[in-house]
Structure formats: C-alpha cells, structure tokens
Design a protein around this ligand. Sequence first.
Ligand SMILES: Nc1ncnc2c1ncn2[C@@H]1O[C@H](COP(=O)(O)OP(=O)(O)OP(=O)(O)O)[C@@H](O)[C@H]1O
Ligand SMILES: [Mg+2]
Length: 510
Amino acid sequence: MSKILQIWSLSKTFPGQLALNDATFDVEEGEVHALVGQNGSGKSTLIKVLAGFHDPDPGHHVTMRDELFAMGSTQAAHEAGIRFVHQDLGLVEAVSAVENLALGFGYRTGFGRRIKWREETARAKQALLDLGFDINVRVPVVMLSGAERTGVAIARALQDSEHNISILILDEPTASLPGADVDRLFEAVRRLKARGISVVFVSHHLEEVFEIADRVTVLRDARVVATRNTSELDMSSLIELIVGHKVTAASVDRTIDGSLTPRLAVSGLTGLGLNDVSFEVRPGEVLGVAGLTGSGRDTLIPSLSGAIDRFGDVTIDGVSLPSGDPGVSIASGLAFVPADRLRNGIISMMSVRSNTTIADVKRNKTGLRLNHKKEKAEANEWIRSLSVVTTGSEAPVSTLSGGNQQKVMMSRSFRLNPKVLLLDEPTQGVDIGAKEEIHTFVDSAAASGSAVVVASTDSAELARLCDRVIVMHKGAIVDTVLRNGGSGAGSMAERIDQVLLAGSSLVAHK
Ligand SMILES: Nc1ncnc2c1ncn2[C@@H]1O[C@H](COP(=O)(O)OP(=O)(O)OP(=O)(O)O)[C@@H](O)[C@H]1O
Ligand SMILES: [Mg+2]
C-alpha cells in the first residue's frame, strides 16, 4: 500500500512540558490506523498539530503524497484532504442534522438568496445514508443516539468533496458510546475504508483496535514506541507496549454482611425515564447499574445525586435527601462523579488544586484563612496517588489531557470520604493503567465503609468492581446479576451481557 501521509521528527513543547517528542507516524491509503497510549501520552497533541491547531516545534519533516506538507494552519490540513472529528464533536445540539451540515458548509441559496431546504435535506440524508445511518435528519441532533451524532459529525467533516478527501481522523469517537453504537460507528468506518478513505482513530478500548484497525501506533510518554500490524499483536503485548510493563487487574475479594443496615436506600424512584425503582446498598458494598442507553442506566445517577427532580425516597443512613438540591445531599454524605465531566464537573479555568478541593475547602483553613500551602500539599498528594500527568497543582485543569481531567474529578469526590459514592461512567476516556488505579480507589472507598453505586456501559468494568449489578430496561430493574452464586453460566461480565442482550431483543420485538 502506498503511504499518503508521512511524519518524521515531530515534536511539540508546551510551557514546561514536552507533549510530543520526535514522533514518526504515517498513514497508508485506505487503512484504518489506531492511535493508542496512556492519558497524556500525546495522542490529541499529534492530532491537533496536524490539524493546525497547535504549532509544532521546528525540525520536523512532513509529506503528503510525497510532497512537502507545511503544517501550521487549519487551511493547510483542509487543502491536503485531511478531516477531523474532535472528541466533543462540535455539533449544535439544538438544531437538526441538516442545519449542522449546512453550518459547516454554508447554506445553498437560490435566486433571491433563499435557502433551498429541500436540497439541503436531501443532501444531508444522502450523506448519512452513505455512512449507513438511515435517520431523521430534521429532528434536533440532541434527540439522536451517540453513534448517530458521531455520524452527523463525520458527515459534516466529509461533506466538502471539492477537495479530494483522503484521511479522516477521529479523536476518541467511541469513548461515550455503548457497545451497540460502537458497532454502528464501525460500520461507517468500514464504508469509508471501502471508499478509499484512510481512518485514524484514538481509543482506550483496545478490543476495538483488534476489531477494526489494520495497524496501530503506540505513544508512551510523548514518544512513538511502536507501529505494528494488528495481526502481529495480541492483547497482552499491546498492553505491554502501552504501559511499558505487564498489567494484572486485581480481583475483588469482599463479603458483604447482609445483616448490616443499608447505608443507601432508594424506594419508588420515578422521573426522567425511571419508573418505580427501589434498591438498597449496604456499607462496603458496590452496586453496579447496567443497561442500554435510554434504559434508565444513564439517568439513575443524575437522579440520585439530586441534580434533577424526582419522585420517591432516597435516604442515607435513614435520613431523607431532598430532590433537586445537590448541595444538601453532599452535606448529608453523598458524593458523585458525573459522566459528562466537561459539561457537569470540571471548572476549566481553575487550577488542578481548586478543582480537587472545591467541594470542601474548609479542611485547609487555618483560623479564618485558607492555607494555600496545605491545600497545595493535599492536591499534590492526589496528583501522586492517581498518577495525574500535569506540571503541578497550579496548572489550569484545561491544560490536562482528557483522562487526567477525569482523575482530578475522581479525587474531588474521593477526598470527601462520602457515605455514599455515585459514579457515572467512572473510567470513560481513561487509559488502562489509570483505569486500574481508579478501580483500586473504588475498592478502598468500599473498604472504608462507603456504599458505592457505579453506572457503566462496560460490563467488564462492572464485573471488576461490583458485588451486585442491577440491569435496567425501560426505566425499571429487570434483573440482578450477583458476583457470587448468581444464576446462569459464564463469568460475571458474560452474565451481564447475556441479560443486556435479552433486554435488547425485547426492544427489537416490540
Ligand atoms: N494547551 C496545552 N497547554 C499545556 N499543556 C498541554 C496542552 N495540551 C496538552 N498538554 C499536555 O500535553 C500532554 C499530552 O496531552 P494530550 O492531550 O496529547 O494527551 P492524550 O494522549 O490525548 O491523552 P488522553 O488519552 O487523556 O486524551 C499532557 O501532559 C497535557 O497536559
Ligand atoms: Mg486526548
């Protein structure tokens, strides 16, 4: 196969940080090329430099179809036929796919400069059909599924065909997609490949790399450590390339005293797609929540956290929590980490220190004044124990890579020693080493007596963490999978998947 893009000696220095160190990378015609590496290893930096979003350090050499390619502007990348879909997708969610596509392109206007809506709609419909998405292009994008929204973003990136588009680069397109949506997205990737377009994608889900990528490039500590054909690798050798050593996941060994009074009791929880949900969690117990998107799995934690109005009773140690007032819930011993950290958690203009300590600053007061030294020391301790990649506690949190921002969010909740800890997709976008670190922290929160609830689309994660997993369907609990002595054969993850599949076939038949 011929190489379209070739990069040699690409480096990028941020103040105090070498984010990309002498990287070599290439893309072959019509291949799917995965880019993997731990949080902060430089994947997004490589992409953003290529996109012209950051200026590279001098000394690099880049060619596009054997001609010298001068990076450094979005225009240059565009003209070279490279298109990007960044992780946040950049869609305007309140308007339709048609309008999102037109926004990126400029509306087609006819005589008298009226927008030709019929043409725009047909064009959007066809662009999405070409990717395998037969969807309503006139409803607000917010109503579409994750894969469909990603499809709209891809269609928008690819629509301007007057330039010869040769490479599409997707930064973590599957990070927040449940399994079924990943399949639909990969179907679109296969179609692009069939059209001769090369696809580069970033993912922390390594099974996806083996499923769809022809080659994989591994970044570690800002350096490219390997580019291989995926057929020459297996999972454990890929993991070893990523982290630099072998990784073994700890397994949980806990017994929950069934006679203990429940720490968290939920009864008759109703609202936002939930219908009369009741369960209890004892101190030291980790309860998992599984389910497809829209099943209630995705709204249970926001509803419990008090972030949205609900009906029903939620009590911690017998004390009732109000609906719609997260402040009171936090004061009663509840801590939660939301799934969409960029929208609901991280305060991007503040430092790592403030983001860590904001939920309880009193603890670092001496007299009436905030003791900055003490606060810094505490933040640095969290940076160390969760291996957060940053220049230090004073760095703006916006300069951290996505996965490292997630770890900062975790430390904010963990340090509260909550009675009840609610985690929504706790390791979304987190690399495999950090994932294990976060899992170990969840173990220790349970060991210190917290009642933990984890909602996740990742069955292996639920199996790693939970004593018991409730499976949601149409807003209700339809099944419970137990770590010990559950019904059915297979590992706990397999048993969760079986129940989920049974649930989706129910949907299909209705
Ligand atoms: N604008 C910036 N200013 C300063 N440092 C930055 C900036 N952007 C990235 N960095 C640093 O560069 C390093 C690489 O970050 P990058 O975002 O490329 O990581 P990544 O491999 O994409 O990680 P993740 O998997 O978490 O998304 C990180 O240590 C990050 O803190
Ligand atoms: Mg990134």
